[in-house]
Design a binder for this molecule. Structure first.
Ligand SMILES: [Zn+2]
Length: 705
């Protein structure tokens, strides 16, 4: 832990003071130096809370205000701008190339092991090499990401590089600086270190990855297949802003090289003689490290048990891991073990069982989406992989088929890891039939037979026939779906059946459904009809973002729909929208803005909205009246007996000031408001350093005008 409870309290206080004084101007140089130092200290602290500990306490608005103030002061006093300032994370220019650089010591790959016998052999070898009977091992996760090497000199980050071939990698310093889990400065001098090379793994949290793909899909961009490739790709992007967009994080797991000012190795000093402690030291310096994920084991049996416990819970873990790494803990013993030309002899990787399997590609079918996107879907001989049986696998688009050179009747490798949807990783070329022909992508829409087109900047083909039946049907299915209007009892199959029977053509038809005609269809009785009628009726009251998502504006999904309606009182305001008014909304870019305009300026789309309003749908945005955003991004829990206000009033006060109430004490809680005789919740809160405990008066002070 970089910050203890006392320092945390001091920094939170300092942070609040700085935010309060953010509007002050006219500093002389000495005053500016003090304020700059304070803001840097506070921003480093907030970055650490957010990106290392995943416990943010500041809201984006205040964070941006501090950042801007720092930037303004540094512009007025350029001599006060230091390399470790948060403003230095943002590069002004595109990186044109990534020069090759040499690692301080080679990044060797690890030998793999697959079972207990392999581990026992490894243990025996280590004991023979060192002549020691009891060896301590550090066991840690083998993150499935992309390796990097980072050099700090004189307490400042000076270089970051990819692994490359192990001897030389690509220099990616500008991109690494964009990752806020990597400190720009760290007090290695406290350990007598002048120059150090760290090893780490760049990863993407599984949830972040899913969100990024959702967004990319809405924007018509290529889907990223897995977090590992996505992280590796993002490390070498020319525009470092992309690094932030992909949510890259870096876990540091090793000090590979460390010398003092005279260039002498410092690993023999007491403080740095053990690998396990060295990782913890990196944690103390502010790096993101494996904490509960690692363990010191005193025997190889203990190592094996720990590995097994992780193999069982790997799906629940936030990051992809494909095994564990076992390292001799003593740095001296590591040196005694040495290395072959390929692998260190003091470490070994244990690979979890692969969640991939071979199967035969039987056919490729095409699906037409609600926006006309044509998606190829592989039909494979059913296989069991990663806990489910898979027979259909999306191939996303033609480029993926071509890149992987997938051909009919090929034997393909299907992977499914964690929450990631199954995908075809590669073709087993050795098993390819000699007469297999390259795949030819369809030229026409499978539903309406019209020619399909591919806009240059997009990855997918589309059917642009406005009368395409498949699209009309998909639009209805989407409208009723869980992500959109969530109409109870009106799932894909029901909508399809009604469509086929000619009961539905457009979205407004849903609210004018002829229930006597429904009664003629097979399987529909009075009870089920009433239930459906009820579900459709109830959906009229759904919040506005659901309707905005439901009507199927291109590039609009759940999140963008929510962003969009935040600024509206009534959906019809969008009839008058301009590119400027739309782009001024947080979360709405030029692409989304132009498709919103296109939709709402189109007369037949307006008629749809008006028809829906006439059927009684809610077009109004029922916002809770916000008094202020003082509590934005903060969470609260009230406990004990309250004397200044009731529970209901407390809830109202929190919500009307932009805060959120949560039900239990966890690291997600920002403030526990404790009344008299507070009990177990107070005790629990005291154990979590980031939870602030306040009384009713202090709470009222927070929302005072
Ligand atoms: Zn079509």
């Amino acid at each position: 832990m970089k910050y203890n409870a006392e320092i945390k309290q001091q920094l939170l206080l300092l942070s609040a003071q700085l935010i309060e004084q953010v509007g002050h101007v006219n500093y002389n140089q000495d005053e500016a130096r003090d304020v700059i130092d304070d803001i840097k200290k506070v921003m480093h602290f907030h970055d650490w809370l957010y990106y290392v500990e995943a416990l943010p306490v500041i809201n984006d608005f205040d964070y941006d205000r501090l950042f801007k103030k720092l930037k303004t002061l540094e512009t007025s006093f350029p001599e006060l701008c230091t390399p470790d300032s948060p403003t230095q994370r943002v590069a002004k220019t595109l990186t044109e190339d990534f020069p090759s650089v040499e690692h301080s010591v080679p990044m060797l790959s690890l030998e793999n092991s697959y079972d207990e016998n392999d581990l026992n052999d490894f243990d025996k070898r280590v004991k023979a090499l060192t002549g020691i009977a009891t060896i301590e091992y550090c066991v840690e996760p083998k993150f499935d990401g992309s390796s990097i090497a980072i050099i700090y000199e004189n307490d400042l980050l000076v270089r970051a590089a990819t692994r490359g071939d192990g001897t030389q990698g690509d220099e990616i310093t500008t991109n690494a600086k964009r990752m806020k889990s990597i400190p720009l400065g760290a007090k290695f001098s406290d350990f007598g270190i002048y120059r150090v090379e760290l090893r780490g793994e760049v990863v993407i949290n599984k949830k972040t990855f899913a969100k990024i793909n959702e967004k990319r899909e809405e924007e018509g961009l290529q889907i990223l297949q897995n977090p590992r490739n996505s992280a590796a790709g993002a490390l070498r992007v020319k525009d470092s802003a992309e690094v932030e967009k992909r949510g890259l994080e870096a876990f540091m797991y090793q000090m590979a090289y460390a010398v003092n000012k005279d260039g002498n190795d410092v690993f023999n000093t007491d403080k740095l003689s053990e690998h396990f402690e060295n990782i913890n030291n990196l944690g103390k310096l502010g790096f993101k490290i494996p904490q509960q994920e690692k363990k010191m084991c005193k025997s190889i049996a203990e190592v094996h048990n720990f590995i097994q416990s992780w193999e069982e819970k790997r799906d629940d873990y936030e990051y992809e891991i494909d095994g564990m790494v076992i390292k001799v803990n003593s740095i001296n013993l590591q040196k005694e073990c040495g290395a072959t030309s390929h692998h260190p002899r003091w470490a070994i990787a244990f690979k979890f069982k692969a969640r991939e399997v071979e199967t035969e590609l039987l056919d490729v079918e095409y699906q037409v989406g609600r926006t006309g996107a044509i998606t190829p879907v592989a039909k494979v001989k059913p296989v069991f992989v990663g806990g489910v049986t898979v027979s259909s696998i999306s191939l996303h688009n033609e480029d993926i088929i071509r890149e992987k050179d997938i051909r009919l009747n090929d034997i393909v490798v299907v992977q499914r890891a964690g929450d990631v949807i199954p995908y075809i990783d590669r073709v087993v070329i050795a098993k390819r039939k000699s007469d297999a022909q390259p795949f030819i992508f369809t030229k026409v829409c499978p539903s309406c037979n019209q020619p399909i087109v591919k806009p240059e900047e997009e990855a997918v083909y589309r059917c642009i026939n406005a009368a395409c039946e498949a699209q009309a049907e998909e639009r209805l299915i989407h409208f009723a779906s869980k992500e959109a209007m969530d109409i109870d009892g009106f799932g894909r199959e029901t909508v399809s059946a009604f469509y086929a029977a000619g009961l539905l053509r457009t979205i407004p038809d849903i609210y004018k459904l002829d229930f006597s005609a429904v009664g003629q269809l097979e399987g529909w009785k009075e009870k089920s009809i009433n239930k459906l009628r009820d579900g459709i009726d109830k959906s009229k009251k759904q919040p506005l973002w659901r309707l905005v998502n439901g009507i199927g504006v291109r590039h609009i999904g759940t999140q963008t729909a929510k962003d969009l309606v935040k600024t509206l009182n009534n959906l019809k305001e969008l009839f008058e929208a301009t590119p400027e008014s739309l782009q001024s909304i947080d979360g709405i870019g030029p692409k989304v803005a132009s498709s919103v305009l296109e939709y709402f300026h189109n007369e037949s789309n307006r008629q749809i909205i008006i028809a829906l309003e006439e059927s009684g749908l809610n077009l109004k945005n029922q916002k809770t009246e916000l008094q202020s955003a003082k509590l934005a991004n903060l969470t609260f829990l009230f406990t004990g007996s309250l004397t200044k206000f009731t529970r209901d009033k407390a809830k109202e006060l929190v919500e009307s000031n932009g805060g959120k109430l949560i039900g239990s004490v966890s690291k997600n809680l920002s403030y526990l408001v404790a009344g008299e005789n507070a009990g177990s919740k107070l005790d629990k809160a005291k154990e979590i350093a980031t939870v602030q405990i306040i009384d009713e008066d202090a709470f009222l002070k927070m929302i005072e005008a």
